[in-house]
Design a protein around this ligand. Structure first.
Ligand SMILES: *[C@@H]1O[C@H](CO)[C@@H](O)[C@H](O)[C@H]1NC(C)=O
Ligand SMILES: *[C@@H]1O[C@H](CO)[C@@H](O)[C@H](O)[C@H]1NC(C)=O
Ligand SMILES: *[C@@H]1O[C@H](CO)[C@@H](O)[C@H](O)[C@H]1NC(C)=O
Ligand SMILES: *[C@@H]1O[C@H](CO)[C@@H](O)[C@H](O)[C@H]1NC(C)=O
Ligand SMILES: *[C@@H]1O[C@H](CO)[C@@H](O)[C@H](O)[C@H]1NC(C)=O
Length: 350
């Protein structure tokens, strides 16, 4: 008798779980999702035009040119695009055509300011204003006799502000720079703003700026941050952090920022099957989920990671692809079982 009751209860809970998951997943399927990718820090990653050629291996919605790594506080601004072009000989103006090619495909192209290595910082409100004018005139809808990328008008600016070279935390004035830039946004010339904070919440550099609510996209770096990125088959740290971020941010779309291959970062790489079968279904439950950001084109080209997850993320190419070492870590059924546990933990039991 008792055994029968247990069996009935067990079956009942299984059915309940199935109904629940079906409900959550079907709900989520309507949300829009996109892939953002960084370009510019590796020589053999192809041109911007190639990166934006939607096709066999790629389907990006946002391409972020990295980096303007020197600016502010009296520093002469400088871009660094590895060997793609030489800014000192005005060579990067040839990017103009490439940027326009991307924009014709409705891919938004942004310039990332900052980066892990660089000399940058804002000394005052006046400085923030000057840097915003510089960005507007040189890269956005303003004008200047010398524009580093020629007459192409970028769609916006990405803030990748990491601990500056002096190792000092400096929240100050980034929110002012963001507001000055966003004040240029008009119906005829949109200025999009994105930010790439680290996953520990709140971000030491961008926390205050993010509270302004002027950012359109926030791609959180879930890599090189062992306290909240994925490692050693432990997905809960990442999901806890994601939940904290998505609940705290009141505006903009939130993206999961990941390395595009195991080689792209010291840690944080999420095998694609795990991403598709567990992580993305949970992320989609957040109303402000926007998609996935990848670091970088170079690594994505080698691994084919975005190819696996492209097009309404993860709906294509499930099991057959699971032969490649980039894709799989465990078997699918292990994950499906875990999905039940993870969903319960994160969204039902709180
Ligand atoms: C700006 O430069 C001054 C003088 O060189 C320096 O003392 C200050 O720390 C710098 N500020 C930032 C935010 O880099
Ligand atoms: C800002 O730009 C103005 C005009 O070019 C200049 O006079 C001023 O010194 C700049 N301020 C800072 C803090 O760089
Ligand atoms: C250049 O920009 C300034 C200020 O942004 C504006 O007043 C001026 O009319 C512009 N010149 C041209 C030729 O568009
Ligand atoms: C400013 O940019 C946003 C994108 O964030 C756009 O949706 C909006 O229409 C723009 N606002 C104005 C006043 O043009
Ligand atoms: C490319 O991505 C968009 C946006 O997610 C999607 O609608 C489209 O189906 C994708 N195309 C391909 C070929 O994957």
């Amino acid at each position: 008798m008792i055994r029968n009751k247990i069996v009935v209860l067990y079956c009942f809970s299984l059915v309940l779980n199935l109904v629940l998951i079906t409900f959550l997943l079907s709900n989520a399927a309507e949300s829009s999702e996109n892939i953002a990718i960084y370009w510019g820090q590796n020589n053999n990653e192809g041109t911007l035009t190639e990166t934006c050629a939607k096709g066999n291996y790629n389907n990006y919605s946002y391409v972020i040119i990295a980096f303007l790594n020197k600016f502010g506080n009296g520093t002469t601004p400088e871009i660094n695009l590895a060997d793609h072009c030489d800014p000192s000989s005005n060579d990067c103006t040839m990017l103009s055509t490439h940027i326009k090619n991307c924009q014709m495909k409705r891919i938004k192209v942004l310039l990332s300011i900052g980066g892990a290595d660089g000399e940058y910082g804002l000394g005052s409100t006046d400085d923030a204003k000057n840097v915003s004018d510089y960005l507007w005139n040189k890269f956005l809808g303003g004008n200047s006799s010398s524009r580093p990328f020629g007459d192409a008008i970028l769609d916006g600016i990405d803030f990748d502000i990491e601990k500056n070279s002096k190792g000092k935390q400096n929240q100050q004035h980034w929110e002012e720079l963001a507001r000055f830039l966003k004040s240029r946004n008009t119906s005829t010339q949109n200025v999009y703003l994105s930010a790439a904070p680290q996953c520990p919440y709140p971000d030491g550099e961008l926390g205050v700026a993010l509270e302004t609510g002027v950012f359109d996209y926030v791609w959180i770096q879930f890599y090189n941050n062992p306290e909240c990125d994925y490692s050693e088959s432990e997905v809960n740290r990442l999901l806890d952090s994601w939940k904290r971020w998505t609940k705290s941010l009141t505006s903009g779309k939130v993206f999961l920022g990941l390395p595009a291959s195991p080689a792209a970062a010291d840690n944080g790489y999420v095998p694609a099957d795990l991403l598709c079968e567990i992580v993305v279904p949970v992320l989609r439950i957040s109303r402000n989920y926007g998609g996935v950001m990848l670091w970088t084109t170079h690594y994505d080209k080698q691994s084919g990671y975005s190819n696996y997850i492209k097009s309404s993320l993860c709906t294509q190419q499930k099991s057959p692809e699971c032969g490649g070492n980039y894709y799989c870590s465990h078997t699918g059924s292990f994950y499906r079982l875990n999905l039940v546990v993870v969903l319960w933990k994160h969204f039902l039991l709180l």
